[in-house]
Design a protein around this ligand. Structure first.
Ligand code: ADP
Ligand code: MG
Length: 403
């Protein structure tokens, strides 16, 4: 492991017993009318909290909620997550109405061994997003060590994700470690051959990602709306499809780069088209090279394309996937994504493929296909996952790197 983990924290001078751990978690949960509507992110934090408690540490949780932009916004308080956290943890959780200052200090000092306190939204302070040294120092006063368990916030250099890690002994929590292990297995040190699938709507939102991947993968399948731009760049008439025509040169440059680096590109060979994006719309399946009407749109990959993709999966040891192959929200344009997802999950379950996927819509599509739990790892980290796929260093992760 190239990052410091809780194993290291347990071995560091004096171990964890009696120490206070400041633990950065992602509690930016969906909420409605003051009630948590999906507690996934709370559950993700439990192994770290529990391990620290079992080791005899006191736990002070740091988190952000929503975007209060450096001001106290009562509607963005973290207080409403306390009940759910207590229920999931099976232990009391205290709440401090400010993440720094005397109240927080006193509450932490008052905790029993294994006690847990949740500190109010760090983004109520402007110093958080500014990564202000004085704010980070105020946070550091509260604990003996820092644990980052919020990979999803690690692409931001904020006080509670980066600054604080420079002031206290800093470690990756269990969930952070799991994410880093999975990402390393997918792209850092993968078993070859490695196949990538990149779909979604636009090339423009995934330029850096495509450029990084063609240098690292053995094969890259491009699907979704962005494939239309590549088809157009190759002289194919894509009719009324979503297509970024001004990026034709860029698309050709990516294809040339892939060729130079020995990355085989798989573009759709057949496509599903319709005039309307609506459930149960009348569709036609045509070869990608066939001209289509100006009122027709490419909305999904066709069966030949999916078959070729599944063959490529079978030839690979590792799959990294971001972006659906079609407009999966509107059946029947979910067909290719669902079929490919099920094939990947089956190979992963059989131990034949390390299958790692991430991205907001990708996660939704995998749930829609009913296979999110069968993949090797599904990242819910959103922006952080994409920046990592782009090959960018994530400040919150870099701060945990071994010297
Ligand atoms: P992620 O959130 O996983 O990174 P994106 O946001 O890049 O994925 O892309 C998801 C969106 O791409 C979906 O809303 C889907 O409807 C859209 N999409 C996929 N294929 C097409 C297509 N052929 N035409 C238009 N939009 C598409
Ligand atoms: Mg998206």
């Amino acid at each position: 492991m190239t990052f410091r983990t809780l194993d290291d924290a347990a071995k560091a001078n004096g171990g964890l017993a009696g120490k206070t751990a400041l633990v950065r978690v992602d509690f930016n949960v969906p909420m409605e009318g003051g009630k948590v509507t999906d507690d996934t992110r709370l559950r993700v934090a439990l192994p770290t909290i529990q391990r620290l408690r079992d080791a005899g540490a006191r736990v002070a949780l740091l988190a952000h909620f929503d975007r209060p932009k450096g001001k106290v916004v009562p509607a963005m308080s973290l207080q409403p997550v306390v009940d759910d956290l207590e229920r999931l943890l099976g232990a009391p959780v205290r709440f401090a109405s400010d993440c720094v200052g005397e109240e927080a200090k006193a509450m932490i000092a008052d905790l029993d061994i294994g006690g847990v306190v949740l500190l109010e939204n760090v983004r109520f302070h402007a110093g958080e997003e500014a990564n202000a040294p004085d704010f980070a120092a105020q946070l550091a006063e509260l604990g003996d060590l820092y644990v980052n368990d919020a990979f999803s916030a690690a692409h931001r250099a904020h006080a509670s994700t980066e600054g604080l890690a420079r002031l206290l002994p800093a470690y990756a929590g269990e969930s952070m470690r799991r994410e880093l292990d999975a990402l390393d297995a997918a792209l850092g040190n993968p078993q070859k051959p490695v196949l990538g699938i990149v779909g979604g709507s636009k090339v423009s939102s995934k330029l850096d990602l495509l450029q990084n991947l063609v240098g690292k993968l053995d094969r890259l399948a491009i699907g979704g709306g962005m494939a239309n731009t590549f088809l157009h760049a190759q002289g194919v008439d894509v009719g009324g499809s979503l297509c970024e025509k001004d990026l034709a040169d860029t698309a050709r440059a990516i294809l040339a780069e892939a060729e130079a680096k020995g990355c085989e590109i798989l573009l759709p060979i057949d496509v599903v088209i319709a005039t309307d994006v609506k459930p149960g719309a009348e569709t036609r399946t045509v070869l990608a090279r066939e001209p289509i009407g100006d009122d027709e749109k490419i909305l999904d990959a066709g069966p030949l394309t999916v078959e070729k993709l599944i063959k490529a999966m079978a030839l690979s040891r590792t799959l990294i996937w971001n972006g659906p192959l079609g407009v999966f929200e509107v059946p029947p344009f979910d067909a290719a994504t669902v079929k490919a997802a099920r094939a990947a999950a089956q190979l992963a379950k059989a131990g034949a493929l390390v299958a790692v996927a991430g991205g907001g819509d990708t996660v939704a599509a995998l749930h829609h296909a009913g296979v999110a739990d069968d993949m090797t790892f599904v990242s819910t980290a959103g922006g952080a996952f994409l920046e990592w796929m782009e090959g960018k260093p994530l400040p919150g992760v870099e701060a945990l790197r071994r010297a």
